[in-house]
Design a protein around this ligand. Structure first.
Ligand code: NOJ
Length: 751
């Protein structure tokens, strides 16, 4: 009885006292005093509603009633009841001992019902505002169902496009992923997470998941400490500094320690060094996966390892509930640590204002898939497209030209949505065929022939029809790539060429001699091989989402000039992987005039005669397309690089500017990129590092001076003692269109 009386005060006041961090901690103290060990452990239980059968629901509800569930994932697409949010919450709030609200989470990754481009596509926009807006819209939609927590942003760095989950990343670069990761976090959370339409973000996967060996999902990752800190951790650190509320640990082992039990990452770095005060959730089933990893002996040992390492919220499995109480009795875990984990949970629930707003809010009918949201998805899609080739200005298309539209992905509303679209529905998405019909007003100026039934189809039986259509057209638009299911979790490929008989189909089309525009929808860069030469134009469209069709029409017909730039280096083939622009200098760098190709080697030649430099005999040393690359329907000239003061003291700011001029005939948006190279370091330094970018829209003939400011702290890296330092010395600097070109200058940092 005493317990219950104690409770009235904290529960009533919690929401109202959000503004005061001390008040939150005091409320948590009071709550903790009232809770039994089982109730505390209950707060650490994240149940997957999608895995429950109707028969199991009564017992589940009884557990909530006893205060033994902290939250749920996957309520909105359960086969039992996808609308159980309010019902489950009511039990927690009104019938459980402390009345602590549940937190509902889900993978709301690139939209809820209005689907935006896959994150890698959004990253190609290099537009933080747009990324933020996409997350805001996703949050507005998801919160109408009561989902106040999303498992995004995914800010893993990966150098391996074989890895299926590269589709979910924000690109290969720590700076770009930091800027966009913060934008996405803020879009979900807003400055006031108590808003009923705000969601807690969960940056994932902590840490090193994108370094899976051979790009095979869930595989071991080996990352030296300095590299971890300079390349893989910065996007997470940036998100934490911006107020990130939760973090998800990863499935992989990092240097042979499962991330789920990695004290170095979860305690030393995240809590002690960064001061992160939100909660850490394990990945789904990851606690128990320490058994097949060969790291935990049994479920109890797994609970002991992950709880002691700092995993607060156990996703899906129930080892905490089963074993933490006895582990405490045995002295293998402590109640103080348990309280700390519960504190992390309650703190975030309070920061979300769940006591004031426990139930779904907002009007589904006016919010979900609203015109405004669809329009934003269309804008996001068109900004994500990257024009890779455009010989003879075959693009934009002429509205009068007769089009042969061919390909397995031109009219498949489902496949354009991409990976992780639990609530996205093909019935809401518009593909290219209806969008073209509408744009061209049904004047029969295009013919559509699939050619292949789906992206992996190997049957050539419909090629004739496609070729016939092509012969009668002025221009061919081929839309191929990968179905959604070929990227994403557990969907890595060893061969990243176009699947099925697509290469043969493109070849057959190109042999008609008609101009050929190839549009690729895929979750990763594709090995183009002969398709590159056979196509007159190539546009990478990623998986563009709900509004793929209208967005493609916008860009193909030139109502909008492409603005996307590669957030990732595009390889010639798998043999170049791992591939990334910010690689370390070698002692024998290949240069334009110092590398050997296989065909240049004379038979029987003395071993060293062709010269030894760091390249591949068959591919050379350059990627197919560099990081940052993307064409537009205009041309932009870079000139007049100015570094007003080429000597700067440590702690001061380097300034640099250049003039960019639109020399083409249409308005264009240029992504002006700032790179540096630290010429000599106590560790070897990357040959280039992105340190800034600005998007500027230029009318034809317009020029603008673009100014960058870079504090010397931005040049810091981890030295041999793991201290983050800027070392005085000489640097190169580029203001550039991409990572392989640019105006080059120098500056010196002195002590
Ligand atoms: C496993 C995935 O690795 C993770 O990204 C996702 O958020 C969880 N499952 C929950 O669905």
């Amino acid at each position: 009885m005493k317990k219950l009386m104690n409770l009235a005060l904290p529960i009533m006041c919690i929401g109202a006292s959000f503004a005061n961090a001390d008040a939150i901690e005091n409320r948590i103290d009071v709550l903790l005093e009232t809770m039994t060990i089982d109730q505390k452990v209950g707060q650490l239980a994240l149940r997957d509603f999608g895995t429950y059968s109707a028969e199991q629901l009564p017992e589940l509800k009884a557990q909530i009633r006893r205060g033994e569930v902290g939250g749920f994932l996957n309520v909105s697409f359960s086969s039992v009841d996808d609308n159980a949010f309010a019902e489950l919450q009511k039990i927690a709030v009104e019938e459980s001992p402390q009345g602590i609200p549940l937190i509902f989470g889900q993978d709301v990754i690139h939209g809820y019902e209005t689907i935006f481009p896959i994150p890698l596509g959004q990253a190609a926009s290099w537009n933080p505002e747009l990324v933020k807006k996409g997350a805001r819209i996703a949050a507005k939609e998801a919160t109408t169902d009561g989902i106040r927590w999303t498992f995004a942003p995914m800010i893993d760095i990966s150098h391996d496009p074989r890895w299926g989950r590269i589709a979910e990343t924000l690109g290969e670069d720590p700076y770009l992923a930091s800027v966009l990761g913060v934008a996405m976090t803020m879009g979900f959370q807003t400055d006031d997470p108590t808003r009923p339409d705000a969601m807690a973000a969960s940056a994932k996967h902590f840490i090193g998941y994108g370094a899976a060996e051979a790009g095979r999902d869930y595989n071991a990752a080996y990352i030296p400490e300095a590299r971890l800190r300079d390349i893989f951790l910065p996007p997470f650190k940036a998100a934490v500094d911006a107020g990130l509320m939760t973090i998800m640990s990863s499935y992989n082992t990092l240097n042979d320690i499962p991330a789920t039990a990695n004290k170095h990452a979860l305690k030393t770095i995240l809590r002690d060094e960064w001061g992160f005060d939100g909660f850490v959730v394990s990945d789904w089933n990851a606690v128990m996966e320490m058994l097949p990893h060969g790291f935990a002996r049994d479920a109890k040992h797994a609970a002991e390892l992950s709880a002691n390492a700092g995993i607060d919220f156990e996703m899906y499995t129930d080892t905490y509930q089963k074993f933490l109480p006895e582990l405490i009795e045995e002295g293998k875990f402590t109640e103080a640590k348990l309280d700390q984990a519960v504190r992390h949970m309650l703190r975030i629930k309070m920061r979300l204002g769940l006591w004031d707003n426990p139930y779904p809010r907002g009007n589904r009918d006016t919010v979900i898939l609203s015109d405004e949201h669809r329009q934003a998805a269309r804008e996001a899609a068109r900004e994500s497209f990257v024009l890779l080739k455009n010989d003879n200005s075959v693009l934009p298309l002429n509205k009068e030209a007769k089009i042969a539209l061919v390909g397995p992905l031109a009219n498949v509303p489902h496949e354009q949505l991409g990976t992780w679209i639990y609530n996205g529905d093909k019935k809401d998405s518009v593909s290219l065929v209806p969008a073209l019909e509408q744009y061209l007003g049904g004047n029969e100026s295009f013919t559509f022939v699939k050619g292949l039934e789906y992206s992996r189809d190997t049957s050539t039986q419909n090629f004739n029809k496609a070729v016939e259509a092509a012969q009668q057209a002025d221009v061919i638009v081929y839309v191929g790539g990968e179905e959604s299911i070929l990227s994403g979790e557990g969907h890595s490929r060893a061969d990243i060429a176009l699947p099925g008989a697509q290469q043969e189909l493109v070849k057959a089309l190109s042999e008609t001699g008609k101009p050929l525009v190839t549009v690729i929808m895929a979750g990763r860069p594709i090995e183009l091989g002969p398709v590159l030469d056979q196509s007159d134009a190539i546009m990478m469209a990623w998986h563009p989402g709900t509004m793929a069709g209208p967005a493609l029409v916008d860009v193909l017909y030139g109502d909008y000039s492409p603005v996307g730039r590669l957030p990732i280096t595009w390889p010639k083939g798998e043999g170049q992987i791992p591939i990334y622009y910010n690689r370390m200098a070698t002692g024998r760098p290949a240069t334009e005039d110092n590398y050997t190709l296989i065909g240049d080697i004379e038979q029987g030649v003395f071993q060293h005669a062709p010269g030894n430099s760091s390249n591949h005999l068959d591919y050379g040393h350059e990627p197919e397309f560099p990081f940052g690359f993307g064409l537009t329907y205009s041309d932009v000239d870079y000139s007049n690089l100015v570094i007003p003061s080429s000597r700067v003291a440590l702690g001061e700011t380097i300034r640099a500017s250049a003039t960019v001029k639109n020399t083409g005939k249409v308005q264009t948006t240029e992504v002006v990129q700032l790179y540096i190279r630290d010429l000599v370091g106590t560790r070897t330094r990357p040959i280039r590092e992105l340190k800034g970018f600005q998007r500027v829209t230029l009318a034809p003939g317009e020029s603008q001076a673009i100014h960058f400011e870079l504090p010397t702290e931005a040049l810091a890296f981890h030295n041999q003692n793991m201290e983050k330092v800027t070392e005085p010395g000489d640097f190169e600097l580029w203001i550039a269109k991409d990572a392989a070109s640019g105006l080059k200058g120098r500056f010196t940092v002195y002590e």
